[in-house]
Design a binder for this molecule. Structure first.
Ligand SMILES: Cc1ncc(COP(=O)(O)O)c(C=O)c1O
Length: 362
């Protein structure tokens, strides 16, 4: 049996929606883009959504729209995809990495230290589990910093009943194909209740245009293509049911893997934290052995992430970051292993994964 780690859904209806958009709409900023934005804002419970070419673009343009500039500091987690901080390093802002909580793998509010130069905090809702937003917002408010959620793995997740993307000044999403929903290629979204952020990011994505031939800020070409938005509209309709499915799959893993070997299973959902299991990640001291064993049985597993951002070669080179700076993040990166997780996974495939994990531990 073969079990992939992830498997994006692409139905005939989604392909047809893209084809119709290609035949009948403007290819960029066509009607589907605005319809997708409206539906996505509604899902998140915010006033505005701005569709972009990627999650990285959403973070970069969002931070710039919030006034973060070259030389400013931005505090975030190194237990994330490198794009979280690339988004602002790209325009000269400086990364301040804060260690995570060993229980939820998200920014640990008790370890956040801000100074006058720190203009923004980016909590990452890792694997679709919301960060402790009340504490983070409170700290940010005291220091006059903005909070930009990296919700790239958290489409539809809820914190205290509110959706990811509505919990800070803005939320940033990615629609990369393996995410809980995608757009049939790269894509991203900013969600916000702030009309100013909406106005500026719309300009930034569209070459800094004031009018058709007039440009009053330095902008980018960072729009979401119309055909991709058309796919996104169809995907979004299924998001809640897909997230329910992911939670069911997680529950099955939880039940079958409880007490096996030295495994530590993901944090359970609670009233305040409703995760969407973008990933189902285990911890084990024998990570590399277990990974090799499962791969030899045709099971796709992942490591999210093998190298924490601060220890990526370019970050070491640019900032002199060293091993030992973030002890919890660094330990998690050595122990974490991501199981197959996708909506169409079959019970036999889940059982096959579990049997092979049990076989590994004898
Ligand atoms: C946590 C996180 N931040 C940022 C990104 C960047 O998104 P994109 O790949 O769409 O640029 C991703 C996904 O790839 C991500 O998982």
């Amino acid at each position: 049996m073969k079990v992939p780690q992830a498997q994006p859904v692409m139905t005939e209806k989604m392909i047809e929606a893209a084809a119709t958009a290609l035949r009948t709409e403007r290819l960029t900023l066509g009607d589907s883009v605005f319809k997708f934005e409206e539906a996505f804002a509604k899902m998140c419970g915010v006033d505005h959504a701005i569709a972009l070419g990627s999650g990285t673009a959403a973070l970069q343009l969002g931070l710039q729209a919030a006034g973060v500039k070259s030389g400013d500091k931005v505090l975030t987690s190194a237990m994330s995809f490198v794009a979280t901080s690339n988004s602002f390093v790209a325009f000269g802002a400086k990364p301040v990495f804060c260690d995570v909580d060993a229980v939820d793998f998200n920014l640990d509010p008790a370890k956040i230290r801000l100074d006058k130069e720190t203009k923004a905090i980016i909590p990452v809702h890792l694997y679709g589990h919301p960060a402790k937003m009340d504490e983070i917002n409170e700290i940010a408010q005291k220091h006059d910093a903005v909070v930009v959620e990296d919700a790239c793995q958290a489409h539809g997740a809820r914190y205290k009943g509110r959706r990811a993307g509505s919990l800070g000044l803005m939320g940033c999403f990615s629609f990369y194909p393996t995410k809980n929903m995608h757009v049939g290629g790269d894509g991203g979204m900013i969600t916000t209740n702030d009309p100013k952020i909406a106005e500026i990011t719309k300009k930034l994505r569209h070459c800094g245009r004031k009018g058709q031939y007039e440009h009053d800020i330095i902008g980018y070409t960072a729009r979401l293509n119309t055909a991709n938005a058309a796919v996104g509209i169809e995907q979004l309709k299924l998001l809640d049911q897909w997230n329910d499915k992911r939670r069911e799959i997680a529950k099955k893993y939880d039940q079958m893997l409880k007490g096996v070997g030295d495994l530590r299973l993901p944090l359970q959902p609670s009233n305040d934290f409703e995760p969407v299991y973008h990933q189902y990640s285990l911890l084990t001291k024998r990570r590399n052995e277990l990974k090799a064993h499962l791969e030899s049985k045709g099971i796709g597993v992942g490591v999210h992430y093998e190298i924490p951002i601060h220890l990526q070669p370019i970050y070491r080179e640019m900032y002199g970051f060293k091993d030992g700076m973030l002890p919890i993040t660094e330990r998690l990166c050595k122990e974490v292993l991501t199981m197959p997780m996708f909506v169409d996974i079959k019970d036999e495939q889940i059982k096959y994964v579990v049997e092979n994990i049990k076989g590994f531990y004898g």
